[in-house]
Design a protein around this ligand. Structure first.
Ligand code: G3P
Length: 219
């Protein structure tokens, strides 16, 4: 399972890269806005830092023509750009054209298996079902991912599934058990994946036992 960070924060990306567990990055306009920098400069910084791993950068146009223009410009920035396109009829029209041009796409804001099916048929490189936002409304985000995994398996689609809007380590575990291709998660969730109180307790006990031996030996 590939791990992506869902962030536009350069320090978080650097830390995950140093851990050696990062396979890519996804962003959205909210995450880019949070950093408060000129997007053109910030996009380039992320792309360079993460290279050659993929980075999803989202278009803001709502019509197919505008999305295609933005996508072509974004894909010229670097060969690790994946263009994030919203799940709308115009978005799917844009994905069909872009995939024929060899531009990688990530269809975002997927909330039903049928939306994922349409995106895959249009040739999307990735689809991003949003787990957390569905859970927030009383639906089941993991179930959505499960159904998309099954459908893509039935028809042998090449489109990879990025489980997104990840809120917890439990989300990560449940979709990993389903065999999802990728999970994109906030830095906070990635950090939580390290944790267990028994690990901390074990380290403390090893340390104190070692120190006790040193004292006994007069070292
Ligand atoms: O990047 C898309 C998605 O992961 C956003 O997550 O937490 O804003 O629902 P969230």
């Amino acid at each position: 399972m590939k791990i992506y960070l869902d962030t536009a924060n350069l320090q978080e990306i650097e830390t995950a890269l140093k851990w050696g567990v990062l396979d890519g990055v996804t962003t959205n306009p909210t995450l880019i806005a949070r950093e408060g920098r000129d997007p053109d400069i910030h996009f380039k910084d992320i792309l360079k830092l993460v290279y050659p791993r993929p980075v999803s950068l989202e278009v803001v146009s709502e019509d197919a023509e505008g999305m295609i223009k933005e996508a072509r410009e974004l894909s010229n920035l670097s060969d690790n750009v994946v263009v994030k396109i919203p799940m709308t009829p115009d978005g799917i029209k844009a994905v069909t054209i872009l995939s024929n041009e060899g531009i990688k796409t990530n269809v975002t804001l997927i909330f039903t298996p049928m939306q994922a099916l349409l995106a895959a048929k249009a040739g999307a490189t990735y689809v991003s079902p949003f787990m957390g936002r569905l859970d927030d409304r009383g639906w089941d985000g993991v179930k959505l991912v499960e159904e998309i995994v099954d459908i893509f398996w039935n028809y042998d689609f090449d489109t990879e599934i990025i489980a997104a809007s990840t809120r917890s380590v439990r989300h990560v575990k449940e979709v990993a058990l389903l065999g999802v291709d990728i999970v994109t998660m906030p830095f906070k969730v990635l950090k939580q994946m390290f944790n267990h109180p028994l690990t901390d307790e074990g380290i403390e006990r090893f340390k104190s036992d070692w120190q006790a031996l040193q004292q006994k030996l007069g070292k």
